[in-house]
Design a protein around this ligand. Sequence first.
Ligand SMILES: CC(C)(COP(=O)(O)OP(=O)(O)OC[C@H]1O[C@@H](n2cnc3c(N)ncnc32)[C@H](O)[C@@H]1OP(=O)(O)O)[C@@H](O)C(=O)NCCC(=O)NCCS
Length: 163
Amino acid sequence: MSAPTVTRLVEADWRAFAALRLRALDDTLGTEDRQYREELAFTASQWRRRLRAHTQFALLDGEDLVGLIGAQRQTVETVYLYSLWLEPQVRGRGLGHDLVSAAVDWACTQGARVVTLRVESGNAAARGIYRRLGFDVVAGEPATDDAAHESAPREITMSRSLG
Ligand SMILES: CC(C)(COP(=O)(O)OP(=O)(O)OC[C@H]1O[C@@H](n2cnc3c(N)ncnc32)[C@H](O)[C@@H]1OP(=O)(O)O)[C@@H](O)C(=O)NCCC(=O)NCCS
C-alpha cells in the first residue's frame, strides 16, 4: 500500500473538506464547542467561500482524507498556518511534517516573507514538527523562573522567515 500523499483542496472538494474539518473540530474541541456548532451549520456556499479564501492541504490515504492544515494570507508579507490535524490512527508517522512542509512551500510560491502560527506550548509533537521546519518561538514563551505557567496551558507564537 502506498504512503499517504498531500493534496491541495479545491472548491469542488467542499463536501469532503466540510466532513474532514468537522471531524478535526470534533476530535480537538468536541461537539459542544461553539466553533464546531457554528461550522456544523455552514451552508455549501460558506464551505466554498472558505476554500476560496484560505488554502487547505489535506492528507490523502487511499480514498480517505486523514489530515488537514489551513493557510491564510494575513498580510502582503505574512502567511498564517492554522488547524494542523491528523486522524489519530495516522499519527506518529511523520505525516504532520508533510502537511506543514506543503503549506510552507505554498507560502514561498505566494511570495510571502514570513510564515507564522500558534501552538499550545505543551504540544511537543506539533512543536517538534515546527522546530524541524525552521520555526522559532517569537511570543508567548514564559520566563523559566515563572512558576505559575506550569499548570496553565498557553499558546505560543512561532514563525519562520522565507527566502
Ligand atoms: C500534532 C500532530 C499533527 C503531530 O503529527 P505527527 O505526524 O503525528 O507527529 P509525530 O508523532 O510524527 O511527531 C513529530 C515530531 O515530534 C516529536 N515528538 C512527538 N511526540 C513527542 C513528545 N511527546 N516529546 C518530544 N517530541 C515528540 C517526534 O519525535 C517528531 O520529531 P522528528 O520529526 O524529529 O522525528 C498530531 O499529533 C495531531 O493531529 N494532533 C492533534 C491536533 C494538534 O495537536 N494539532 C496541532 C495544532 S498546532
